[in-house]
Design a binder for this molecule. Structure first.
Ligand code: FRU
Length: 491
């Protein structure tokens, strides 16, 4: 039996969400059914299909008491909305069901572990505790023994107000591990737990400590082994800008290293921003049945949420799922290979010389897979290269590469926004003597720019009219370019 709070949400999302015309949503990125979306939750493969839940307030395009929405997919591209899975309707989660994860139990049931929050005083301070819900029939039934993890399961001196976002995974011996965002003296820590059954968890140690290096608290951790390394992904709050790597505000980061299992410590070897664009937060991963590590994130940024929020009765979308690899202690991301199955109408140009603004027959649209390789001309070099897309006479979003400082910038200043929020972000890329590869995935309201086979990625949303679909290219000298463009479609 679902609670009144949950059935109200389900009725509301169905009325509002089903009425949204398909063309008012991205084609293959999951967008909110109705109202607000933030972090992806419970990303898992269960009963023959992928499940993705997310932080959800169905009633408005703003954050509110958190529910869990639910969608399923066979290919991680075509999503089907399912009825909301969780609502804040029990004592430990009375004020919200915050982020968490999902696993399949040995007996075949689907288990969700999430953070229940409840307000403890008149100042609205939350206590955060971990709770369980298990699929029984069609419903995710909350465990009567909730909460299963509280601040009592943390070492001395840790905060009970910042203890959230449990991410579970299966360990080699078949039991479960879990990393959770924790905090001591306002500093981010990652707590590590193990369990035999998903209900009863034991504290093992502190996997990593911030010690003031990257922002304050590390939200939404994930931890996995990949290509012989261990990777800890998290979303630090209150980052400071550094010269070439990190941007201020809420960011994302991965620490790559070796797991010292005996001491439950990640021996860090490298740190890296996960996506340096405008819209990317709270990434989480899955191990697919065919062994790929695939990541998805909220394609949004807490600092810029006023932009675009009033356009549709939904707000928020996920990134395209990305396959991950580690090479030379660096994280690489590429769009999931299932996307190749949506490619239509190939248009190709080779060795074109780009100087002042140019466009090319057949290279336009808002739902595209655009692959570009640029190199300097033998005679006349270039220093600066730019692509504008989602363009008409007034609007555009652009990607620029400036060789003098080695930065690629994504810029949506001219996307018609009326808000003084971040509209530009850049990332440093490897110097390859003026050769650079860009893969730009467009899906109506977003661009994800994969640079040099996914060594860096910049993502941004732009909620502009769909008739703005032109694409143009320019360089300040002569750049030689190969273009390969595909429309993307399920038909
Ligand atoms: C990250 C986050 C999580 C929390 C959730 C609440 O975006 O702040 O730490 O669980 O959002 O919606």
């Amino acid at each position: 039996m679902s609670s009144q709070t949950l059935s109200d949400a389900r009725q509301y999302e169905k009325t509002i969400g089903d009425a949204v015309p398909e063309t008012d949503r991205p084609l293959f990125h999951l967008s909110s059914y109705s109202g607000w979306m933030n972090d992806p939750n419970g990303f898992s493969f269960y009963n023959g299909e992928y499940h993705l839940f997310y932080q959800y307030f169905p009633y408005d395009n703003r954050w509110g008491p958190m529910h869990w929405a639910h969608a399923t997919s066979n290919d991680l591209l075509k999503w089907k909305f399912q009825p909301a899975a969780l609502a804040p309707d029990t004592r430990p989660d009375a004020d919200g069901c915050f982020s968490g994860s999902a696993i399949e139990l040995d007996d075949g049931r689907h288990l969700l572990l999430y953070t229940g929050v409840n307000v403890t005083d008149k100042y609205g301070t939350y206590i955060q505790q971990q709770c369980v819900a298990v699929k029984e029939g069609e419903e995710y039934v909350k465990y009567e023994g909730n909460p299963v993890l509280t601040s009592k399961d943390l070492p001395e001196g840790y905060s009970r107000y910042d203890f959230r976002d449990p991410k579970m995974f299966r360990l080699k011996d078949g039991t479960f591990g879990c990393v959770i965002c924790a905090c001591k003296d306002k500093d981010g820590r990652i707590a590590y737990y193990t369990s035999k059954d998903g209900f009863d968890w034991t504290f093992k140690g502190i996997l990593a400590e911030n010690n003031g290096r990257f922002g304050t608290i590390w939200e939404c951790p994930d931890f996995f082994e990949l290509d012989g390394k261990h990777v800890l992904i998290c979303s630090p709050m209150n980052m400071r800008k550094t010269r070439t790597k990190y941007n201020p505000g809420n960011g994302t980061m991965c620490l790559i290293g070796t797991f010292d299992e005996e001491n439950t410590k990640l021996i860090e070897e490298n740190d890296q921003p996960v996506d340096g664009g405008i819209d990317f937060y709270a990434p989480t991963t899955i191990l697919t049945p065919d062994g790929r590590r695939v990541m998805i994130a909220w394609m949004q940024n807490w600092e810029t949420i006023v932009y675009g929020a009033k356009k549709f009765p939904w707000y928020g979308e996920m990134t395209i799922p990305r396959e991950l690899h580690v090479r030379d202690n660096h994280l690489y991301q590429t769009p999931i290979r299932e996307l190749d199955g949506l490619r239509r109408n190939k248009v190709e140009y080779k060795d074109v010389k780009v100087s002042d603004w140019m466009s090319f027959e057949g290279i336009q649209g808002r739902i595209l897979d655009l692959n570009i390789e640029i190199r300097p001309d033998d005679v006349e070099d270039y220093k600066h290269f730019e692509i504008r897309f989602a363009q008409d006479d007034e609007l555009f979003t652009s990607v620029r590469y400036r060789r003098s400082d080695g930065f690629v910038t994504v810029d949506r200043n001219y996307c018609g926004s009326r808000h003084a929020v971040i509209h530009q972000r850049k990332m440093k890329v490897d110097d390859r003597g003026g050769c650079i590869k860009l893969r730009i995935i467009l899906d109506r309201f977003s661009a994800e720019v994969f640079i040099n086979d996914g060594a860096q990625v910049l993502s941004t949303t732009f909620y502009t009219r769909q008739t703005a679909d032109r694409i143009s290219f320019s360089s300040d000298g002569v750049a030689v370019m190969d273009i390969e463009k595909y429309d993307l479609s399920f038909d």
